[in-house]
Design a protein around this ligand. Structure first.
Ligand SMILES: NC(=O)C1=CN([C@@H]2O[C@H](COP(=O)(O)OP(=O)(O)OC[C@H]3O[C@@H](n4cnc5c(N)ncnc54)[C@H](OP(=O)(O)O)[C@@H]3O)[C@@H](O)[C@H]2O)C=CC1
Ligand SMILES: N[C@@H](CC=O)C(=O)O
Length: 244
């Protein structure tokens, strides 16, 4: 079991090697914690397909830390201060630029799309990073001091959304045979993707069964407790002889 997304959510060759090892050696690979910090998203995709369903599209908020940041941010207090709080709470990756750059969300989207059987390359996901060049360039031990580089651009994006009556959300989208994108978007306040609170992830799945109205899953998507619980779930399932 692992919560690390680099196994299945980075190079396609590594994802293929893991699938091959699963099939040929009979090894188990517990990946429940890699997307949604254990929300039953991967499990649902697999259950739908095991029943003959085909997945057409996936869209949603896949970052618990970015969800939390965008729920907290009021355009008045500095965005960088909220990033420090999210890091202290254990919502961000050890280096918060992994979240702010969209790379963590890219990995999760790749894990989900690949779980539908589509061999998507990392380069096929367009990612719009929130990290300005000045912050990207600093060494890891200087990140926290350099986070203030985020403040002006985020304040401008927030003001633009506020004037239009919208909400900022960091959204991942993929459509079968079409593009895959990850980035900050302004959504109407009553948009389904604007809903939720705290670290909530919110994922919509369109399939043969859910063609007109998507299946929607929502719940906390970051934090030590939910992530550890997902790892334990996988361990117990393996011990009980279930095939993961
Ligand atoms: N935080 C979350 O909500 C979620 C995180 N994940 C994934 O979980 C993984 C860990 O993230 P997170 O728990 O937040 O990170 P943390 O930095 O809080 O924890 C990482 C832990 O791993 C230890 N560690 C790092 N390198 C080694 C090593 N080479 N040998 C032994 N121990 C090591 C660190 O020890 P030390 O402190 O001594 O350096 C630390 O205790 C990441 O892959 C992340 O993407 C997945 C889902 C949700
Ligand atoms: N840093 C990640 C933690 C879970 O994967 C996130 O913000 O979603």
């Amino acid at each position: 079991m692992e919560p690390n997304k680099r196994g299945q959510g980075a190079a396609l060759a590594r994802w293929r090697a893991i699938q091959s090892a699963r099939q040929t050696s009979g090894a188990h690979y517990g990946d429940s914690a890699t997307v949604g910090a254990g929300l039953p998203i991967l499990r649902t995709l697999r259950a739908l397909q095991a029943g003959g369903d085909r997945i057409h599209a996936i869209a949603g908020v896949l970052s618990g830390s970015l969800a939390w940041l965008l729920h907290q941010y009021d355009g008045l207090r500095p965005f960088s201060g909220f990033v420090r709080q999210a890091w202290q709470a254990g919502y961000t990756e050890p280096d918060p630029r992994e979240d702010l750059s969209g790379e963590d969300v890219r990995r999760k989207l790749l894990i989900l799309v690949r779980a539908t059987g589509v061999a998507l390359h990392a380069r096929q996901v367009q990612v719009a990073s929130l990290v300005p060049p000045a912050l990207a360039a600093v060494p890891v031990d200087g990140v926290h001091a350099a986070l203030t580089a985020l403040d002006a651009p985020l304040r401008a994006r927030y003001a633009e959304a506020w004037k239009a009556g919208g909400r900022l959300r960091y959204i991942a989208r993929w459509q079968a045979g079409g593009p895959a994108q990850v980035g900050l978007a302004m959504v109407p306040a009553d948009d389904p993707l604007a809903a939720g609170s705290g670290t909530d992830n919110r994922v919509a799945i369109w399939s043969d069964r859910y063609a007109r109205q998507p299946l929607v899953l929502q719940g906390p998507g970051a934090g030590a407790e939910v992530t550890a619980a997902a790892l334990l779930d996988d361990a117990l399932a393996i011990q009980a002889g279930q095939r993961l």
